[in-house]
Every structure is written in C-alpha cells, then in structure tokens.
Design a protein around this ligand. Structure first.
Ligand code: ZN
Length: 446
C-alpha cells in the first residue's frame, strides 16, 4: 500500500498544476493523464444540451491573466497560480484605478497569505483572487487588468472507466474533476479513484464497477441525464434484479445498485463516511461495518443535500444508494478552497489509507449475499462432508467453525453475510469464507 501511496501522490503532483474548470481543456488534459493509468471513454456533450433541469454551459478556456502596476510589473499573475483568476471569468482588457478594481478582487483577510478559490459559472463576471497581503502592498494608482479567456460554444467533457464484473449490476464510483490547483479537494479523489479501478481489475470483481470522472454538479447531472435508464433500473419501486448466479451470463443493460463519491481523499484528517439519503442502503451498512471493524478513528455523517455529487445521485427521482467517502469533509478544514490546499496538505500515507478502506469496503460489498440453507432441519453433519477437516491446522479453526454454524443458522434467505458478521461478531472475511465452504459442500445456495 505504501507503493500505491507514492504512485498516487505522483499522480496528484502531475494533475495539480492544471487549470481545470467545469468545462475546457484543463479537464481534457486531466483525463488524458488519467487515461495513461486506466483507459477512459471520454464523452463530449455540446453546449446548449438540456440535461435534466440544467443546460450544458459555454466552454471556458484561459491562456493568461494578470494585474500589472503602472511600471508594468505583474503583481498578480495567472502563470504563478491558476487560483488567481475567478473561475469562468469573462475576458477583460482595461486600465482602472485600484478603487474600481477592488470590486473584482477576492481575498481571505483571516488567512492573509492564502489565495482563495472562487468561481462564477452561471453569472458573467470577471475577477481576481489574491492574498490579502498582496492587496495590502498595492499602492493606489492605475492598474492594467487583463484576462485572456474564451467563453464559447463547445463541450462539457467527462469520462468513464468500466471494470467488468461477473454480473452486469453496477457500482458507480465518482469523483469531480473541475477544480484547478487544489490538491485534496479534487486531485486526491481522482488519484484514489484511478488506483481503485486498477486494484479492482486485478481479479474480476462480482459487480461491474463504473468510474466517473466528471465536473461537479453539472457533470453528474449530465451523466444522470444520459444514463437515466441505467440508473432507474436500481429504483426499489421498479424492483432491483437479483444477483446472477455463478455460470450465468451477465444481463444486458447494467443496473446501478450501489455507489460511492470520493472527495477530499488525501488530507491528514480521519475518514468520514457520509451516508446515502436512504441511510440504510447496503453501501451505508458496508461502509459503517468496515470502518468500525478496521479500528480506524472515523466519523459517520448523516446525509445532507449539500456537499458533492451524492446530492444528484441521491435526489428522490433516482434515490440511489450512493454515499460519500472523504477524510476531512467538504468545507471542514481551513485550507478548503484556498491555495493552502496544496501538495503539502496531502500525503502518500493518507491516500493509501483511503484506498485501503475503499478496497476493503468493495471486497465486502462484492461478497455480501443472502443464502438459503438447503439442509435446514436440524444441523447438517459437517464432519461427514469434510468441513471439519478443512479447518484442520487453521489457527482460527474454532472461529471458522462458529462462522459455519452462524451462516447455516441465518441462511433463511432474509439475512445477508453482513448480517451474519454483525450478529455473530465474527470478521466478515471469516463468515464469507465459511459461506464459500458451505456452498462448495452443497449445503447453501445463493
Ligand atoms: Zn470544492
């Protein structure tokens, strides 16, 4: 995992400098780099496309921007940090006194050396973000302001990567790709998602895992608009299909069964799992169980209709079982949406820890099934079927035997293996291994 942490950190370093926004070449450049790690299918959706209640906006691109003093010195320079420009700024080329310029300047007086991150996606505006101490050092006088940006009909760009599973039922893992040079809020999530996809592909998972790399809000809404059939198949009202039995062909047309939004994945804080709107979705139970069983300090938060793209996936029309995993959550740290969310704020260890929890959780999700005991009248004779011998020499033989008894006892078609693990207090892996042995002996069926 340490190696993975270092590799994820290298990816963070590569992605960090790019000027991303909800549209434009920064997103494309980001996806091109991610594509070196996992092959991506990139989608380009034209400006003006109606997506649910929204419309794909004009595409924004920027080449240069600065504020220069009377001597021509750039006192604020986009080339030094892309945070200096209000995201989605319309172009401007003007000279004006500082007093007039002030209305377009954004600072953080409480952190005078930090540059804030600000955007104005849906209101045509221009502006600069700078350190309060930079502003304080600017004498009155005339300043040249220039933003060499373009707002024009183009496309919204997002990408998908699919790890095929044994069944067509899907788990979606999404992260946002729309923030410029912010390491934790944006790039860390992209890195963990990328390496999670690689890890899942090491062996064919049970579920099909669909990774979404999309701009926040409008990107998730665009994906939902274009995948409503896939998503609504998961609606409890329509009846979710049962899992495929081993040997059966995957069904055509996947159905989203579960999902996880990754964000703020690399800071030093403890892990936070924000539950889906449903609160009792299988992903909620799995994440709670895995975090508790891992003995990590962590927090489980209730759903709120704010934050990241769980807002869209959990909206009542879709009502997906999608939670969100972060370390320190959205807006929960002073560095959030500032230049202090930089490469020093994230670490290989934290990235590796987030990845490890995701892998543990999906390993539980993938193996969590309901079984029916095919020999439910009295205890079946385990010794006759070689099930005791199979435990021989195992240091946890007693625990493994208890796990078999628990699985047999609770396999009434109602209880899942996660229910068995929680009720018995046994590790999920022990329970799932016992279920595999019982299944192999023909004592239970999925
Ligand atoms: Zn953000």
């Amino acid at each position: 995992m340490t190696d993975a942490g270092e590799e994820m950190y290298e990816l963070v370093e590569r992605l960090y400098p790019l000027c991303r926004s909800i549209t434009g070449d920064g997103v494309r450049a980001t996806l091109e780099i991610v594509d070196e790690y996992v092959p991506l299918r990139v989608h380009e959706v034209p400006t003006g496309t109606r997506v649910l209640d929204w419309t794909v906006p004009q595409e924004w691109n920027i080449r240069d921007a600065y504020i220069a003093d009377a001597a021509g010195n750039r006192v604020v320079d986009f080339a030094a940090s892309n945070l200096h420009v209000l995201g989605y700024s319309v172009p401007v080329a003007a000279t004006m006194p500082l007093d007039e310029l002030r209305g377009h300047l954004h600072t953080l007086p409480e952190h005078p050396s930090w540059v804030p991150y600000r955007t104005s996606y849906y209101q045509p505006e221009w502006g600069f973000c700078l350190a309060q101490e930079t502003l304080d050092a600017m004498p009155d006088g005339e300043y040249e302001v220039r933003i060499d940006s373009t707002l024009a009909d183009g496309h919204l760009t997002y990408a998908e990567h699919v790890v095929p599973g044994q069944v067509a039922d899907e788990v979606i893992v999404s992260c946002h790709v729309c923030h410029p040079s912010l390491a934790n809020d944006n790039v860390a999530g992209i890195a963990v998602a990328t390496f999670l996809a690689r890890a899942l592909a090491e062996r064919t998972p049970w579920y099909t895992y669909r990774f979404l790399f999309a701009p926040g809000t409008i990107g998730a809404i665009t994906w939902l608009a274009r995948n409503a059939d896939r998503v609504n198949g998961a609606s409890p009202a329509l009846g979710a299909p049962p899992g495929r039995r081993p040997g059966e062909e995957p069904r055509a047309g996947g159905r989203v069964r579960h999902g996880l939004v990754l964000a703020c994945a690399g800071d030093p804080g403890q892990l936070t799992y924000k539950q889906s709107r449903r609160g009792d979705a299988e992903i909620d139970r799995v994440m709670r169980h895995v975090l508790l069983a891992s003995d990590r300090p962590h927090r489980v938060a209730e759903f709120t209709p704010y934050g990241y793209d769980e807002r869209q996936f959990c909206s009542p029309g879709f009502d997906l079982g999608v939670g969100s995993l972060s370390r320190t959550p959205y807006a929960g740290y002073p560095e959030y949406h500032t230049s202090a969310d930089d490469l020093a704020f994230v670490s290989p260890e934290a990235l590796a820890d987030t990845l490890a929890v995701c892998r543990e959780a999906f390993s539980v999700l993938d193996r969590n099934r309901r079984y029916v005991n095919l020999s439910p009248y009295g205890e079946p004779q385990l010794g006759r079927r070689g099930l005791y011998e199979s435990l021989g020499g195992r240091s946890d033989a007693k625990q493994a035997q208890m796990a078999m008894l628990w699985v047999l006892s609770l396999s009434d078609g109602e209880h899942s293996l996660l229910d068995v693990a929680q009720r018995s207090g046994l590790p999920f892996d022990t329970v799932a291994t016992a279920a595999d042995a019982l299944h192999g002996a023909g004592l239970i069926k999925a």
